[in-house]
Design a binder for this molecule. Structure first.
Ligand code: NAD
Length: 699
């Protein structure tokens, strides 16, 4: 880590609180405290354990049980059910089955046989590391400040300098059964040691009480932070700055220009979502003298490179002479060169039984003066990959300030990346949802049909941008959907679809937030009603502006973006039955809706050769949830049919051929069909969702 500006870690242990807890609850408490500070451990990284005496459900006798963080999950939010529980006597007995380091992977298969109390949580690969440390409470963390020591060329000597005999050192060994035995041996030979630094990996600490274990972890990390402070004070990081960052707005503009292009090149069978980070730590690194040599060394901690790939792709960009078009033109070569490098690494390191080569594209893209782009199959993974690379930057900053930073030997890195156990974990992952990795923008997303559509697309795993003119409704919808589907998946942008500038800015923001766009749902709308002789020019123009011009502006921007991205695209218009069927006293609205429908057909024709599909959904009489049915329109429509406003829904139901009411969710279902690959071979189509109306039959 060693960022001298960051404060030391606080000891947050509350003994009164802890005293009231059971031993397993204290383990959850300790884990949550540790995991909640990213300086202590990265997302999902590290694990904690307690050896607890419990009554055996089989014999009724008291037995020693290892509670250890199970496979998957994050220490910050782990609960009791996140821990695996195993009989310690059985874990010890496994030593009798061990055939040596070449066979250590087979030991993983025995772990389920050691399960205590039918606990379904799978034990992780780190289980033997905790089991064989002969102490009741053990923390294993990945603090940047410690990994900076662990990834330095002379990490053994540095460990001694910083911690004396209190914390020992073990050379690199990938996590597994053998490392568990190494830890046991270390503890037996060094009974006074409170922990150990694992080369290129992280920290193990232990104690006789949970509090002591926690305190040792915090104190050890703080000692490293303080030591680095002393060493690096006054020295420029990474050899000093080679270039200056552009202003924040310009950085975003460059990201908006490059992200869809990269996304298009690296989205094959799997669609990718992007993340942009121009934080201070990132800029310091990408602007520095040592950017290229350090980036080329690769990340060291296995946790880091499993998320980030060993190396990032450094994009050649000179912020002093910013020529983003030249960079964009070179991107295809850069991406191809990275892939070729990755394939060569695979070919050099593969074993006879290695899994097939995985996606050869870079995850992390570094741009001097601009920041870092990361791409992954979903937003959370892209964001977390970025966070991991920041961890790696912190490690490189520390290690290269006090020594030489070293990455893992290539073969070791490969053996982790293509470990059969890692592959088994990937194979166990649930199948992605049908719109995973897709990005959708829904205009009028804070309204009835727009929000229902957003929900439908989110349920299928899409990232959704709600775009609406109504800031208050937008805030409410954004909060609601963020809570329901996770903040990573939802963004909101206030924009007026009739404004060229708003639309351009909204699309640019979408791109910076998610890396590109796959689906545009043009839905923003209003309604109006008046006999033709009373239709003011302003009413006519308002309908034409929002419904015709607005649909044109957002489609044009989407087409520009889709063509740059070059992986097709999908546009769905929410028009209206009234675009096909004439309706009394609504000429402006009906005419504008007819314009939308014809615009969609024209665009279907233009888009086809670029795999851009354009289809239309025609709703009718969707009263529930719709804001256009709350105001004047409702009263005017009721007056037009000589009835009370609250009789309208029943009137429309009876008027329909199927005698059914139409809801926002029904429209959303049709949008989902047209936006998904289920309709991959449909364009220029119209789907009426109106419970049947002969007047709007298409022909
Ligand atoms: P709604 O009023 O609930 O939602 C429309 C949304 O569009 C609102 O949130 C509004 O703020 C937004 N909007 C209006 N002007 C905008 C602008 N200039 N820029 C950006 N956003 C703007 O209505 P709804 O029923 O959900 O309608 C959605 C679409 O469905 C509209 O195009 C409408 O014409 C069409 N439609 C609705 C029905 C129906 O019965 N509800 C029937 C046929 C067609």
């Amino acid at each position: 880590m060693p960022d001298k500006r960051s404060a030391l870690l606080a000891n947050l242990w509350d003994e009164k609180k802890a005293a009231a807890m059971s031993e397993p609850e204290r383990l959850v408490y300790r884990s949550n405290l540790l995991g909640s500070d990213k300086r202590v451990t990265n997302y999902g990284g590290g694990n904690t354990s307690s050896k607890i005496m419990q009554k055996d459900p089989l014999t009724g006798e008291m037995v020693e049980v290892l509670w250890v963080k199970g496979s998957g999950g994050d220490s910050a939010s782990i609960k009791l059910d996140g821990f695996a529980t195993l009989y310690m006597d059985k874990l010890r007995a496994l030593k009798g089955l061990y055939r040596g380091p070449d066979h250590e992977d087979e030991m993983v298969g025995y772990l389920p046989h050691c399960t205590f109390n039918l606990n379904p949580r799978a034990a992780s690969i780190d289980t033997p590391l905790h089991a064989y440390v002969p102490k009741p409470f053990v923390d294993h963390m990945h603090p940047d400040a410690i990994i900076a020591i662990a990834a330095a060329k002379d990490s053994r000597a540095l460990t001694k300098t910083v911690f004396g005999d209190a914390i020992g050192w073990l050379p690199w060994r990938r996590p597994g059964y053998e490392l568990g035995l190494w830890l046991e041996k270390f503890c037996k030979e060094n009974p006074k040691a409170k922990g150990v630094v694992l080369e290129s990996h992280g920290l193990f600490t232990w104690g006789d009480t949970p509090e002591e274990c926690y305190r040792t972890t915090i104190d050890t990390i703080n000692a490293a932070i303080e030591w680095f402070d002393g060493q690096t004070s006054g020295k420029p990081a990474f050899g000093g700055a080679a270039v200056k960052a552009l202003a924040p707005q310009e950085r975003r503009a460059v990201a908006a220009r490059l992200m869809p292009k990269i996304r298009g090149m690296i989205s094959g069978a799997i669609s990718k979502v992007g993340h942009f980070d121009d934080s201070e730590a990132v800029l310091e690194f990408v602007n520095s003298e040592k950017l290229r040599p350090l980036a080329a060394l690769g990340t060291s901690c296995p946790d880091h490179f499993l998320r980030t790939k060993i190396r990032p792709l450094v994009i050649d960009f000179d912020p002093a002479r910013p020529d983003v078009e030249a960079v964009a033109a070179r991107l295809a070569d850069d991406v191809a060169a990275y892939r070729a490098d990755y394939q060569a690494y695979y070919d050099r390191c593969r074993h006879g039984n290695s899994p097939a080569v995985r996606d050869p594209n870079a995850v992390v893209y570094l741009i001097p003066g601009i920041g870092m782009l990361t791409f992954a199959a979903d937003k959370a993974t892209a964001r977390i990959a970025g966070e991991f690379y920041v961890n790696a930057i912190n490690v490189m900053r520390g290690a290269s300030a006090v020594s030489d930073y070293v990455g893992l030997p290539e073969q070791e890195a490969f053996d982790i990346e293509y470990w059969l156990l890692e592959e088994a974990k990937l194979q166990r992952m649930p199948k992605p949802k049908s719109l995973a990795g897709r990005v959708a923008l829904v205009t009028g997303g804070a309204g009835g049909i727009g929000k229902a559509t957003a929900i439908r697309l989110l349920r299928e795993g899409a990232c959704v941008v709600l775009a609406d003119i109504d800031a208050t409704a937008l805030e409410v919808a954004n909060g609601e959907l963020g809570t329901a589907f996770g903040k990573d998946f939802v963004r909101s942008i206030r924009l007026d679809v009739t404004s060229e500038e708003d639309v351009a800015a909204g699309f640019a923001s979408t791109v910076v937030e998610f890396g590109g766009l796959d689906i545009l749902v043009s839905n923003a709308g209003i309604s109006s009603s008046a006999p033709i002789e009373n239709t003011e020019l302003s009413m006519w123009n308002r309908n034409m502006d929002i419904l015709a011009k607005g649909y044109f502006l957002v489609s044009r921007e989407a087409f520009r973006l889709f063509k740059r991205q070059a992986i097709g695209g999908n546009v769905v218009f929410i028009a209206s039955k009234n675009g096909l069927a004439a309706s009394p006293n609504a000429a402006a609205y009906c005419t504008a809706k007819a314009a939308e429908i014809h615009l969609a057909r024209c665009l279907a024709l233009e888009g086809a050769e670029h795999q851009i599909r354009v289809n239309t959904v025609n709703p009718d009489a969707v009263l529930r949830g719709s804001k256009i049915w709350t105001g004047e329109w409702r009263e005017q429509r009721a007056a037009a049919y000589s009835m009370q406003p609250d009789e309208l829904e029943e009137h429309y139901r009876k008027r329909s051929m199927l005698k059914r009411s139409v809801f926002p969710e029904d429209i959303a279902e049709a949008v989902y069909f047209l936006a998904s690959d289920m309709s991959a071979k449909s364009t220029g189509n119209i789907v009426n969702v109106d419970a049947g109306n002969a007047q709007s039959f298409t022909r």
